[in-house]
Design a binder for this molecule. Sequence first.
Ligand code: CO
Length: 160
Amino acid sequence: MALRKIVLKEDETLRKKSKPVEKFDEKLWTLLDDMAETLKKASGAGLAAPQVGVLRRAAIISLIGEDGEEDKIIELINPEIIKSSGTQRDIEGCLSCPGLWGYVTRPLKCKIRAQNRHGEIFEIELKGHDCRCAFHEIDHLNGKLFIDIADEMVDIEEEK
Ligand code: CO
């Protein structure tokens, strides 16, 4: 595993739409492993492949652990939102936008269909912060950043 460089918001890579993952091979697994290591090092909640310069529809999310459980990373390849409901408005940030924080309204709950690293299709229901994170990462796959849709930016002196 290796750390990858996270591209910053000025980079036009982040404005492009990512292509579907078609090969579930070692190259993909290395990318996912590297992304997990990079996310952990950066203490982030999620990371999308375009953020490490790869324009493919792959993202990882660190799901918040239930009481006593550790956070768990899930891999979403070619994710699609098949259902969403409710709304939540909260502060969001992004590893590609260091020092920036803003309020974004997102659905409260969602159901996502995606593939795992072997190409197998699965569905997962997410709520709260996990749901917010999934929407944020899927936005990255479509070339969209949270700063495009934040309704209010906030000043936080120290990063959370
Ligand atoms: Co982000």
